[in-house]
Design a protein around this ligand. Structure first.
Ligand code: FE2
Length: 327
């Protein structure tokens, strides 16, 4: 009860705070006009171990087949504690030297996970990394516009309260986050404004932490309380995350929102299954990744395992009266 009161107080405080900034927007139009193809991977950087290299190989195969435009990372890019600095050899050992297939030598748009915040978080955000590998485009929160689809990349680690109050033996690098409350308030306001301005047919939000999950971490209450209302109020089609090391598809019972987890980039097999209030459509406890193909009228995603087998696919279409003009 005390926690609920604290959360309500926090929401009221958030609503009273103001932000004037805008999220950075990157435009990346598809090679094939009106047809975007990407891969989504999360929770991967382990110097090739725990089948990271096998998953990487299959990403190359599927990436070539689909002639993908880019890759999205749902975070936890480097285990266990992010990068130690811009010269950390893990950048090569867990990224550049692992994802070597030509088809995935495309931009990678990455958000940060909780493990990334346990290192030098500013290193991953430093554009100097692009001099080492030009693919690596990591920011806290930003937008990738691909015409008919907008990806809203959201920095979720600061939301989880116990990283601040009960970090245990972990150290979180909160530099440049003035206070949790102000940071989240500004971010939610910027996101809300950006979603309202978006003319894309498909609005997809990407963050590291789960909203709905049947696996180890389960739901993230702070995101359900603070971020989910913004997504539902703005007709977001899907929330895509990592954090739990699995592949899963859960659909909302009271909105059109879908929760999609792609966090199988390396270590997996937690052997946990928790019940969920929303509808669980698919769950795979092992390693893998997903592809996403989007046109003006249809969005389709496929989950693959570490051998490249397609485990599950799901598609949805927009009725003509739902289509928004896109630029
Ligand atoms: Fe995580």
């Amino acid at each position: 009860m005390a926690k609920m009161v604290a959360l309500i107080g926090f929401v009221v405080t958030l609503l009273s705070l103001q932000s004037n900034a805008e999220l950075t927007k990157i435009q990346h139009l598809p090679k094939k006009e009106g047809n975007l193809a990407i891969l989504v991977i999360g929770d991967f950087g382990r110097k090739g171990t725990y089948n990271q290299s096998e998953v990487a190989t299959q990403m190359g195969v599927v990436g070539e087949k689909l002639n993908i435009d880019y890759v999205i990372s749902t975070g936890d890019n480097f285990y266990e504690d992010g990068l130690t600095g811009v010269d950390d050899s893990a950048f090569y050992e867990s990224f550049s030297d692992i994802y070597t297939a030509d088809s995935i030598k495309t931009p990678w748009y990455l958000v940060l996970g909780n493990h990334d915040y346990r290192g030098d978080v500013l290193a991953q955000l430093n554009p100097v990394l692009r001099e080492k590998d030009e693919r690596f485009v990591c920011m806290r929160s930003f937008i990738v516009n691909s015409g008919m689809v907008d990806f809203f990349m959201v920095d979720t680690p600061p939301f989880q309260l116990d990283y601040w109050t009960h970090p245990g033996s972990s150290h979180y690098d909160w530099r440049n986050i003035a206070s949790r409350e102000t940071y989240i308030s500004n971010l939610l306001q910027e996101l809300d404004e950006a979603l309202k301005k978006s003319t894309a047919t498909w609005k997809l939000v990407v963050g590291h932490h789960t909203m709905r999950s049947v696996s180890d971490h389960g739901d993230t209450p702070e995101l359900l309380q603070l971020l989910l209302p913004v997504l539902k109020a703005n007709g977001v089609d899907a929330y895509i995350n990592g954090h739990d090391h699995c592949l899963q598809h859960i659909s909302s019972n009271d909105s059109k929102l879908h929760y999609i987890t792609s966090g199988g980039g390396s270590k997996a097999w937690r052997n946990v299954f928790k019940k969920n209030e929303d509808t669980v459509r698919f769950f795979y406890d092992g390693q893998g990744f997903m592809s996403l193909e989007v046109s003006k009228t249809e969005a389709k995603f496929v989950f693959y395992d570490a051998f490249g087998n397609a485990l599950y696919n799901w598609s949805t279409s927009k009725a003509a009266d739902e289509l928004r003009p896109s630029f």
